[in-house]
Design a protein. Structure first.
Length: 607
C-alpha cells in the first residue's frame, strides 16, 4: 500500500503540480545552473548543478536518491528527459549527480531552463520486497532461526559470561553492554531521551570487537549512520562508511568507501587504465577494421587488469576495517554481496521500517537493536498502511514478545528533573531519574523550568496552508518571538554570547517553522543571536538538545481538532529537547480535550 501510494503521489506531482509548488515543497530545484562534469573515483560520470533561487527552502534531496531532469519551454510546459540519475552528494545549494551515460549528460548540458526533481525511489522498495521474500522462504538456516526468534516462539538465548565492569558507565548502561555481549540472538538497548544510548552502543560495539574481527553497523538514515560512525572513530575504531553521507563533514568523508578507494596506493594505476579504456572507446568508432580489432584486444587486457585491481583494493579496504557502516538499504550494496557478519547493530531502530531491518539482518548471525519506540516513528506516507501495521517496527515487536532481551537505560543526563518527570511518568512508567549533576540545572535564579502560555483568551486562529505544510498560527508565532525577546533580555546579551546559551524553536508544522525562520532572519534584535537559534520541525530536532526550547503547537479551533498532534511520540521528542527551560505556547481549550495535553497542561500549571 505504501509503495503504490508513493508511486501515485509521485505521478500526481509530476503531472499536475506546478514547478513553483514543487520547489516550495523541497521536491525540485528550478532553475539550476549546470557546472562541471567529471569521472569520480568509482568511474561514474558525475555532473554538478547549483540552484539559483529559493536557497532558503529546505530540500528533500539526499545521497542515493534517484532524480530526473526537465526543461521548461516558453509556454511553461515541462519536458522530462528520458532517463533517471542518482544523487552522489548534496548540500544546501550544490548537488553532484551520477549520470547514466555521456548522451544523457550532453542532453542536460545543452538545455535551457533546466530543473532537477526527485524521482520515485523504486530501488529501495525493490530491495525491501526482496528481503521479505528471503525471510518468508528461509528454511533450515540462521535467517529462519532469527525470524522465528524475533517474531515467533523460539526463546532468545544467552551465553554464560562473567559480568564485565565499566566504571565510566552507570549501572543500567553497564547492564545493557553485558546483555549485548551475552546474547546469542537478539538484544535491545532501549534509550529514552538523554540517557546516553549512543555512549552505551559505542561501548557495546567496542567490546564486541574484542571478541569479533568485524561488525556491521546500520541505521535508517545517513545522519544517524554518520553520528554513530563519528563516535566510533573518536574511540579509535577503523570505520568503512558505505554510501557517501549526504551533508558529509570532512571528518567522516575520509572514512567513506569512495575516499578510501581513491587513497589506495593502487588507485593511480587503476585511474590511468580506466582513462585509456575511455579514450580507446572514443577512437574505436573512427578506426579501420584491423585497428579496431587491435584496440579491442588491448581493451580486453586492460579491463581484466582493472578488475584485478578493483578486487584487490576492495579486499584490502574490508580487511583493514573493523566496522562496516551503512544505512539499512545500503547494506544491500554490491560491494557487500556475499559478506556475512557475526553481529549486526541497528541504531535508531524505532525509526526503521521492519522490511528495511530485514535487508541487513540477512547478513548477520545475531542482531542488536538500539532506539526508543516512544520517540519518532518511521516516516509513512500512506495513512491506511500505517493503520494496517506498517508503523509497528521490528524493535517494538521484539520488545513486546521478548521482554527479557530489553535493557531500559534509566539515568538521563540532559534535562532539569521537572522537565524529565512528565515524560518519565507518561511514557516510561516513572522509571527515569535525573543524574545528580543536572537535576536542578537552570539559567536564571528562581526561574520556572516549564511554562505553558495559554493563548485561549487571545482569540488566535490557525489557518490551513496545504497538505504538506499543514497549518500556521501567525499570532501565536508573534507571541512566541515576543516571549523569546523578553527571555533573552532577562538573561542578558553579554551572558548569552559568553556562555553560548542556545535556543530551539519547534513547531510540528512546516508552515509555522518557515514563518518563524523568516521573522527571526529579518528582525534586527535577533541578529547577534542567530547562530544560537535553531528553528525546526519536531522531526528535524530528533537527537538534538538546546538550553531553552520554545514550542508552538499552532492548533486553535472550536472543535478541539488537533490532527497529527495525537501522535504523542512526537510530543515526547519535542518536550525532551530542553536542558533547562521549556516554554509551550498553545490554546489550552483546544488541546486539553485530549487527555495527554490535559495532563501536561495541569502538570505545567502546578509548577
Amino acid at each position: 500500500m505504501e509503495y503504490e501510494h508513493e508511486k501515485e503521489e509521485f505521478q500526481r506531482q509530476t503531472e499536475t503540480m506546478g514547478v513553483g509548488r514543487k520547489v516550495k515543497r523541497g521536491l525540485c530545484w528550478y532553475p539550476v545552473k549546470p557546472g562541471r562534469s567529471f569521472y569520480n573515483s568509482l568511474n561514474q560520470l558525475a555532473f554538478e548543478v547549483e540552484r539559483k533561487e529559493d536557497k532558503e527552502i529546505e530540500h528533500n534531496f539526499e545521497f542515493g536518491k534517484p532524480v530526473c531532469f526537465f526543461r521548461q519551454d516558453p509556454t511553461g510546459k515541462l519536458h522530462y528527459f528520458n532517463f533517471t540519475a542518482q544523487v552522489s552528494y548534496v548540500d544546501d545549494d550544490r548537488m553532484v549527480i551520477v549520470m547514466p551515460n555521456a548522451h544523457a549528460l550532453a542532453d542536460v548540458q545543452t538545455a535551457d531552463y533546466l530543473g532537477v526533481q526527485l524521482y520515485f525511489d523504486e530501488t529501495s522498495y525493490r530491495t525491501m520486497f526482496e528481503a521479505l521474500v528471503d525471510v518468508i522462504r528461509a528454511k533450515g538456516n540462521r535467517l529462519a532461526e532469527l525470524r522465528d526468534t524475533l517474531l515467533g516462539t523460539l526463546p532468545a538465548r544467552q551465553r554464560e559470561l562473567f559480568p564485565i565492569r565499566f566504571p565510566w558507565l552507570n549501572s543500567t548502561q553497564e547492564g545493557a553492554v553485558n546483555k549485548v555481549l551475552r546474547t546469542k540472538d537478539v538484544a535491545i538497548v532501549h534509550g529514552p531521551p538523554g540517557t546516553g544510548k549512543t555512549t552505551t552502543l559505542v561501548e557495546a560495539i567496542y567490546e564486541t570487537l574484542h571478541r569479533e574481527n568485524q561488525v556491521l553497523v546500520c541505521a535508517q538514515s545517513n545522519t544517524a549512520v554518520d553520528w554513530i560512525s563519528e563516535k566510533l572513530v573518536d574511540r579509535g575504531v577503523s570505520v568503512l562508511r558505505i554510501g557517501n553521507p549526504t551533508r558529509v563533514n570532512d571528518k567522516m568523508l575520509s572514512f567513506t568507501y569512495e575516499r578510501q578507494f581513491e587513497n589506495h596506493p593502487d588507485y593511480t594505476e587503476l585511474w590511468g587504465i580506466r582513462k585509456s579504456i575511455r579514450e580507446m572507446s572514443g577512437r574505436m568508432r573512427k578506426g579501420s577494421y584491423s585497428e579496431r580489432e587491435g584496440m579491442r584486444s588491448r581493451m580486453s587486457r586492460l579491463k581484466d587488469r582493472a578488475t584485478e585491481l578493483e578486487i584487490r583494493i576492495n579486499e584490502e579496504l574490508f580487511a583493514n576495517a573493523r566496522v562496516i557502516a551503512s544505512t539499512l538499504v545500503s547494506s544491500n550494496h554490491r560491494i557487500l554481496m556475499g559478506r556475512n557478519f557475526t553481529t549486526l547493530f541497528i541504531d535508531e531502530a524505532a525509526q526503521a521500517l521492519e522490511a528495511a531491518c530485514w535487508i541487513a539482518i540477512r547478513k548477520a548471525d545475531r542482531v542488536i537493536f538500539a532506539g526508543d519506540h516512544q520517540q519518532l516513528p518511521p516516516t509513512i506516507k500512506c495513512i491506511d498502511a500505517a493503520r494496517g501495521g506498517l508503523d509497528k517496527t521490528l524493535l517494538e515487536k521484539v520488545a513486546s514478545r521478548k521482554p527479557t532481551a530489553v535493557t531500559l537505560l534509566k539515568v538521563q543526563y540532559r534535562m532539569h528533573e521537572d522537565i524529565m518527570r512528565f515524560s518519565s511518568n507518561w511514557f516510561y512508567e516513572g522509571m527515569l531519574e535525573a543524574a545528580p549533576e543536572i537535576r536542578n540545572r537552570g539559567i536564571l535564579d528562581y526561574d520556572t523550568p516549564m511554562v505553558w502560555i495559554d493563548t485561549a483568551d487571545l482569540d488566535f486562529h490557525e489557518e490551513f496552508v496545504g497538505e504538506s505544510f499543514g497549518r500556521i498560527n501567525k499570532e501565536e508565532a508573534e507571541l512566541l518571538l515576543q516571549q523569546l525577546r523578553e527571555y533573552i533580555g532577562r538573561i542578558g546579551q553579554t551572558r548569552i554570547l559568553n556562555e553560548q546559551i542556545d535556543f530551539g524553536l519547534i513547531s510540528p508544522y512546516k508552515a509555522q517553522v518557515q514563518y518563524l525562520r523568516k521573522k527571526v532572519r529579518t528582525n534586527n534584535f535577533f541578529r547577534p543571536f542567530r547562530h544560537l537559534i535553531t528553528i525546526h520541525t519536531i522531526d528535524g530536532f530528533q537527537g538534538q538538545e538546546r538550553d531553552v526550547i520554545f514550542i508552538s503547537l499552532v492548533r486553535a479551533n472550536e472543535e478541539g481538532s488537533i490532527g497529527f498532534l495525537t501522535d504523542l511520540r512526537r510530543m515526547n521528542v519535542a518536550i525532551t529537547r530542553a536542558r533547562m527551560k521549556l516554554v509551550i505556547l498553545g490554546d489550552a481549550s483546544t488541546l486539553t480535550k485530549h487527555p495527554f495535553y490535559r495532563k501536561l497542561f495541569d502538570y505545567m500549571q502546578s509548577m
